[in-house]
Design a protein around this ligand. Structure first.
Ligand code: SF4
Ligand code: SF4
Length: 272
């Protein structure tokens, strides 16, 4: 089953990239007309039968909104997939098991987790493709996903990419997602799949920040890195800080990168 899931995940990632590149690009200075609200005739039409990959930050926001443990969230709301060439997690939201395969969060009134809906739901009807340039900076492109069933394009509101991103409060999502993309790019660059224990660590550090906080305390991970008391307290109290620590931790532990965290060096003898 694991191999089948892996293959599906890779095919979906490839298909998404190919799909985006086939769409008209929304270049700097270009705009599109769009609005979505309960009065559009297609209201909720887009919340069924879709492949919705969940990034670590998507999972964190949804789980926190649902007030359940990350373990319960992954069990009940996610299909656990990994990217085959790297072994990195890329779960997708589990749709309802019914004919229309509706999203578990859609209701007659709209999205029940609207304030914490995933980044892909916020970005729609744009698609965002991002990559790292040679200097490691994020380069983004936007595409307009103009689907026939979506009547939002008939509404009277004009946006460009940056005003849409701001309206949908996407900055915090894209910042976290780009960090995950960078981690996956580093892994791809190494050309080897994560070992099983490393895979488990990625799931824990990035998709289970509540359990990762317990792990940090139990294993006293802080003794291995240079970290001040204020950040220690924040990491143990706040899941977004724990996720950020997890990303830094994986960059350090897997790739030796000391940007967000520095390894604690042994103290030399006094006066040496
Ligand atoms: S999370 Fe909300 S916006 Fe996204 S597909 Fe589900 S119901 Fe629709
Ligand atoms: S199909 Fe388009 S306009 Fe209709 S509910 Fe979905 S996003 Fe909104």
């Amino acid at each position: 089953m694991k191999d089948l899931n892996d293959a599906l995940s890779q095919r979906e990632a490839d298909a998404t990239e190919a799909f985006l590149q086939s769409l008209p690009e929304l270049k700097d200075g270009e705009s599109f007309r769009f609005a979505c609200h309960p009065q559009v005739p297609c209201f909720n039409a887009c919340c069924s039968d879709l492949t919705l990959m969940l990034t670590p930050y998507d999972a964190l926001r949804l789980r926190r909104a649902l007030k359940i443990s990350s373990s319960d969230f992954l069990t009940h709301f996610a299909v656990r997939l990994t990217i085959p060439d790297s072994g990195f997690p890329m779960p997708r939201l589990k749709m309802r098991e019914e004919r229309h395969k509706r999203c578990p969060f859609v209701s007659a009134e709209g999205c029940k987790v609207y304030a914490d809906r995933p980044g892909a739901c916020r970005t729609y009807p744009l698609g965002r493709a991002s990559r790292l340039d040679e200097a490691g900076h994020v380069v983004e492109q936007f595409f307009v996903v103009r689907e026939p069933h979506c009547r939002g394009f008939e509404e009277d509101a004009d946006w460009d990419a940056s005003s849409w991103l701001a309206d949908q409060e996407l900055a915090v999502y894209n910042a976290a997602n780009d960090r995950y993309m960078r981690l996956m790019a580093l892994a791809r660059g190494k050309g080897a799949r994560l070992a099983a224990k490393q895979e488990q660590m990625v799931w824990l550090a990035l998709y289970q920040p509540d359990a990762f906080q317990d792990f940090i305390a139990k294993m006293d991970l802080f003794r291995l890195v240079e970290i001040d008391e204020a950040r220690k307290a924040l990491v143990l109290a706040d899941e977004e800080a724990a996720l950020s620590f997890g990303l830094d931790w994986l960059e350090l532990a897997f790739f030796g990168i000391e940007e967000g965290l520095r390894r604690r060096r042994p103290q030399g003898p006094q006066g040496a």
